[in-house]
Design a protein around this ligand. Structure first.
Ligand code: MOS
Length: 732
């Protein structure tokens, strides 16, 4: 089914199941330990051996020798595969920017260079520690500040230039020119990357943890130079991804190579201490924002420049993405600099682009409002736009940002806020309130599904879609139940297997809207098949309700229809070009209250509110979980998360969740989430958009703005640790 025009009235507008709050269907399996994650799948193949990675201890250079002799006589040793014996392998995927394995080049610290296989995990780890590696070390470039200095001189080509930014900025009555810094972030998901690999008759099966089953299948085939038809990927449960599991990673390559060499099943997990440097991270950024406005607060000029670290083949963090479309203003300039550096691979992390960009832009908007002596919520409202500011003929498909701001301000009690920074105190605590806007694109991706109506009347939905903790199982079950007129309990959803139709996968907050649209398409195909079997020409003249199909003087139980054997239908939703005539995005407003200790600078987030505009919300329970999770991540980005860089040796010293701090329960206060009741007919047949990344966007800036309102200390450099406030705090 091609989605080739805006959705009109359809069955989701009278939905009984889609859009209703419902706890996740696989929840009981997860809390009881019956949902098996990749490393725990002991039953899928007998005799699994353990592989332990050996990783480079230099950031840049060449391997001259790998000596495995000591490892080979270690207890339980069964085999070893080295990068030198394998040689250079084809790059797995256009968006893998660092080689995962093979050859003598080291392109970043902790690159995988061997895997040692033994009978137990402990034996593999002990044997791996005995591998001796010699290198020729080369110099690398590890300092983003130095790259920024160079970039300022060599002036990259603008991504876009509209009107005369320089002239309008020079003429503006009120101006801001600010520089902001966001550090690198690590995904730090709960479940480490892990894969079990097994070969049989030249065919490879991996049980792994991935967001994108088909990407991984294609990538693994490409890097191993085999036919994708001979690779099977299975990933039914995933313990978080946040972008870290979008692309093929070393665990799968090492497991596949070791299993091939030993002709036995091998499992490999990336140990936590290797994940920060071996896998990907969100790039650090330095951003310069200039805004000019008239006295009434209308933006006349806006420029956003950003630089970020990337390996030579990478693209950098598009931290300017939202600034192209978020606020009005006739004269605009966007410049994207990439700093080629030899750090580990910078790549997508939850809301890549906007998450970092809004950390800067939404502080700049707060600063600008202050210069205008204007309420920062009002300043944003004045500069709303319903069309693409770069190309005013192109409207937003559905944009309700102003409603997010207004409704949020009312619910939060924004009017009670003290406009004077540092002006409100409760004992030793300085109290502040901050707001920020949220923006995140909402792409759609082709997505397929297979529906099998059973003689029992139950429905089985099969798709290679993943559930990375987002609620895919649940919204897919709701969708199929809705379209086929069955209760959710009559639907079994099976996910994550490459034997099933290729889905959108989980990334870029496209998963929920796209995968449910694919299931809708497959269900429509099943309805058509049932109509054909009933001799009814127009399937739309039939109603599917309460387990029955009715209409045209017929009334049959669905189970009866399948009495002689299951009925199978399959389809893929694709998205037509008409979508490109609009900007399809999601919007939100965040409100935060903080308390900052007047002497120590210790910060406590006290309450948080998000108002989200994401089209139809498929399930308010799972959507809310996504948003509050994003808000937690935003508090981390504001206050603690930072991958510090050793700019001398080119690596990230943090290697666990003690050195890389993320919020814990005690850091997180009351969170409230409101979904505006909106519909986006351009987005999908269900008029739904993504929400999982929106929840993070803007949060850190709202915290920063609240901290400024509390203390009068403006911090433009994340994370906002207490020493950045102390010099500006009151002395008593
Ligand atoms: Mo998301 S960073 O596309 O998983």
């Amino acid at each position: 089914m091609e989605f080739n025009q805006p959705a009109g009235q359809n069955l989701f507008d009278q939905s009984r199941i889609v859009g209703k709050p419902m706890p996740r269907v696989e929840g009981p399996l997860k809390v009881s330990g019956h949902a098996k994650y990749a490393f725990e799948r002991h039953d899928v193949v007998a005799g699994q051996l353990h592989g332990y990675p050996v990783v480079s201890t230099i950031a840049q250079g060449r391997i001259t020798e790998i000596d495995t002799s000591a490892a080979e006589s270690a207890p339980g040793f069964r085999g070893v595969v080295t990068a030198l014996e394998i040689g250079e392998m084809p790059s797995p995927f256009a968006w893998n920017f660092a080689p995962l394995f093979g050859g003598d080049r080291v392109s970043h610290y902790h690159q995988a260079i061997a895997v040692v296989v033994a009978e137990t995990f402990e034996q593999a780890r002990a044997a791996a520690a005995l591998v001796r590696v010699d290198y020729e070390v080369e110099e690398g470039n590890y300092d983003l500040e130095a790259a920024w200095e160079r970039a300022r001189e060599d002036r990259s080509e603008p991504v876009s230039r509209i009107g005369d930014f320089e002239g309008a900025f020079a003429a503006a009555e009120v101006t801001l020119d600010g520089e902001y810094r966001t550090p690198g972030h690590s995904h730090a998901m709960m479940e480490p990357h892990a894969t079990i690999a097994n070969w049989q008759d030249g065919k490879l099966t991996i049980w792994t943890a991935t967001q994108m089953v088909d990407w991984i299948r294609q990538s693994l085939a490409r890097t191993l130079e085999m036919d994708p038809e001979n690779v099977r990927v299975d990933s039914p449960y995933i313990g978080g991804g946040f972008g870290a599991k979008l692309y093929l990673r070393a665990d799968a390559v090492l497991a596949a190579l070791a299993a091939r060499k030993l002709a036995e099943p091998v499992k490999v997990a990336l140990p936590r201490p290797m994940i920060m440097n071996n896998t990907t991270h969100r790039a650090a950024t330095i951003q310069r924002i200039r805004i000019g406005a008239d006295r009434e607060g209308r933006i006349t000029a806006i420029a956003h420049e950003a630089i970020s670290n990337t390996l030579p083949s990478g693209r950098g963090e598009t931290a300017t993405a939202q600034t192209r479309a978020f606020y009005a203003g006739a004269n605009r300039l966007i410049v994207h600099h990439t700093a080629v550096m030899h750090l580990p691979e910078a790549n997508a992390m939850r809301a890549p682009g906007e998450a970092s960009g809004l950390m800067a832009l939404e502080i700049a908007m707060d600063e600008m409002a202050e210069k205008l002596e204007m309420d920062p919520v009002q300043f944003r409202i004045i500069n709303d736009t319903q069309v693409d500011p770069e190309s005013p003929d192109r409207p937003f498909s559905n944009r309700n940002f102003v409603q997010c701001l207004e409704h949020g301000a009312e619910v939060f009690g924004w009017a009670e806020r003290n406009m004077t920074p540092g002006g409100r105190r409760e004992g030793m605590w300085l109290i502040g309130h901050g707001a920020a806007g949220a923006y995140r694109g909402s792409p759609a991706m082709a997505s397929g599904a297979r529906i099998r109506l059973q003689p029992s009347g139950r429905l089985i939905v099969e798709t290679d879609m993943t559930d990375i903790g987002t609620g895919s199982y649940t919204v897919i079950a709701q969708t199929a139940a809705e379209v086929m007129g069955l209760p959710v309990e009559a639907v079994d959803v099976v996910l994550g297997d490459s034997a099933f139709p290729v889905s959108a996968g989980s990334g870029g907050q496209w998963g929920g809207p796209s995968a449910t649209a694919g299931v809708y398409a497959a269900c429509v195909a099943l309805r058509a098949e049932i109509a054909t079997r009933l001799g009814v020409e127009n399937a739309d003249s039939l109603e599917f309700v309460d387990g029955h199909v009715r209409g045209n003087d017929l009334d049959r139980l669905l189970s009866e229809m399948a009495a002689e054997g299951e009925i199978i239908s399959e389809d893929t939703i694709t998205f037509g070009d008409f979508r490109r005539d609009h900007i399809v995005s999601t919007f939100g407003a965040h409100f935060v209250e903080v308390a900052v200790h007047a002497l120590t600078g210790e910060m406590r987030v006290r309450r948080m509110l998000a108002v989200c505009d994401s089209g139809r919300i498929l399930n308010p329970v799972t959507a809310r979980s996504q948003v509050i999770g994003g808000m937690v991540m935003g508090v981390g980005a504001a206050l603690m998360e930072e991958i510090a860089v050793d700019t001398h040796r080119g690596y990230f010293p943090a290697h666990d969740l003690a050195g890389y701090e993320v919020p814990v329960h005690a850091d997180i206060p009351a969170q409230e989430v409101i979904f505006l009741d909106t519909l986006d007919p351009v987005s999908t047949p269900m008029k739904a958009k993504g929400v999982g990344e929106l929840g993070l966007c803007g949060v850190a800036a709202a915290v920063a703005n609240a901290a400024y309102n509390a203390t009068g200390v403006r911090v433009r450099n994340y994370p906002m640790t207490l020493e950045k406030f102390i010099p500006g705090l009151p002395t008593a």
